[in-house]
Design a protein around this ligand. Structure first.
Ligand code: GAL
Length: 443
């Protein structure tokens, strides 16, 4: 049996990612709490409730877990509605709380990457019209300035906005996220304002902190034609790719937003990115269907031969990870994988998914793509938005009733990779023998 090791570069960041609303619990002042309270919005009527109980202090034991298992970084977000519960009120205690958490990370050797917007908005902001309103970027910038001033001593790696593309598609083209509007005009206005907000915050952070590195965590969905021979499938896949994957980051290069069939100039966005953050989970095949008139005549489905996650939400397509990194590399900036993972309570697919995706990361590094770190989604099972508690993305499982953490085998798998800064054949043999031939072929 071949013996070999895939080594990662010195100084590589190995961590996990979380988001405030999904782990903190007791967030009463944001649009998601209100959304959860509406009947029929969340699968099984689930509520985030205590979530992982981080706000009462359980962040500390979870950061212990991360550090003890050799992670050296953590990505988390700051909840805007806690810092600014009302337009005229800044909660300094909440800021102290985040300061304590981030100091807690540093004390454990975890480099913080801090996200300023991860899907949730303060209720007052939503009631004013959310990201549709023209002055949304200024309101977001005020909040960000406040946070960055308070945390600049501890943090230099910032994500302004998490998955603006998912935020727009799920909340303004579909109805999974609040406000649940299917309105193309509103979707475009929100996209434009998110980009303006990002650009404003980028400039503010740079003014406060010269040595900062600022990016966006973009959800990259691999979108391929179902039939490579079909010009219409190819055209639709390209259209979907351009709208979903390209539009936001391309605007930061060109100053021209092209989203779906709409256009707008945002010249102030040019050059407002220091790294590319990629959230990669899966691939869809795109096929022309005359019945799918609501979805630009596009039917999407997973490749037939790909293993599916527990609820069928994710297909294991590791080549899509390489594709996303190749795409990110074209921006000529450092790259972080800001999220990647799979829902799998039984931890059946996760070891294989993790190893095969990291193998693709290693391949991309060997093409000299400047990849600086990998954040696994997620550290502990957490509240998965409209899917509630039905999906379990944690390295650690969570018993929502008792708050007990459950150590899945992937905890130890990931710990060994982080510790060795490498994937060895021995490790693959022990944790995912089914991946062995793929990573270490004999011929
Ligand atoms: C991403 C999102 C995360 C998490 C993950 C898994 O789209 O940024 O918050 O929910 O998907 O569903």
């Amino acid at each position: 049996m071949p013996q070999a090791t895939y080594n990662f570069p010195a100084g590589f960041l190995w961590g996990s990612a979380t988001a405030a609303h999904q782990v903190e619990g007791g967030n009463a002042n944001n649009n998601w709490s209100a959304w959860e309270a509406q009947p029929g919005r969340i699968l099984n009527g689930d509520r985030s409730n205590l979530a992982c109980d981080w706000w009462s202090g359980r962040w500390s034991e979870d950061f212990d877990r991360a550090a003890e298992t050799h992670q050296n970084a953590h990505r988390m977000s700051i909840e805007w509605s806690r810092i600014q519960p009302r337009p005229d009120r800044w909660d300094e205690d909440a800021l102290d709380h985040y300061r304590e958490m981030i100091r807690g990370m540093l004390a454990r050797g975890l480099t913080p990457m801090i996200t300023l917007h991860h899907f949730t908005d303060p209720l007052w902001f939503s009631e004013l019209g959310g990201w549709e309103q023209e002055n949304a970027p200024e309101l977001f910038e005020k909040f960000a300035a406040h946070v960055v001033e308070a945390l600049k001593e501890y943090v230099t790696l910032w994500v302004t906005i998490n998955e603006p593309n998912v935020y727009v598609v799920s909340g303004y083209m579909g109805t999974d996220f609040p406000p649940g509007k299917s309105d193309a005009q509103a979707a475009f206005a929100v996209m434009r304002n998110l980009i303006r907000g990002h650009a404003a915050v980028y400039k503010t952070i740079k003014r406060i902190q010269k040595n900062s590195a600022i990016g966006i965590a973009l959800n990259y969905r691999s979108l391929k034609p179902a039939s490579a021979a079909s010009p219409i499938d190819r055209a639709l896949a390209k259209f979907a790719h351009n709208s979903f994957n390209e539009s936001f980051l391309r605007t930061l290069k060109t100053g021209q937003l092209r989203f779906s069939t709409q256009r707008a100039g945002i010249p102030e966005a040019i050059g407002t990115q220091d790294f590319v953050g990629v959230n990669y989970y899966t691939r869809d095949l795109v096929q022309f269907s005359p019945l799918a008139f609501r979805d630009f005549f596009m039917k999407r489905f997973f490749p037939k031969d790909a293993a599916l996650s527990q609820s069928g939400f994710i297909a294991n397509v590791p080549e899509g990870m390489f594709e996303s990194l190749k795409w990110a590399n074209a921006f000529g900036l450092p790259i972080y994988i800001t999220e990647n993972g799979v829902e799998d309570a039984a931890d059946d697919l996760r070891p294989r998914y993790l190893i095969e995706h990291l193998h693709q990361v290693w391949r991309a590094i060997n093409f000299n793509y400047p990849i600086k770190g990998y954040f696994h989604w997620s550290l502990v099972d957490n509240f998965e938005w409209e899917r509630g508690w039905s999906q379990r993305f944690g390295l650690w499982g969570l018993d929502v009733v008792t708050q007990a953490r459950i150590r899945r085998p992937s905890v130890d798998l990931f710990a060994e990779i982080c510790k060795q800064n490498a994937i060895s054949s021995d490790l693959v043999q022990r944790y995912a023998p089914e991946s062995f031939n793929l990573l270490f072929p004999v011929n």
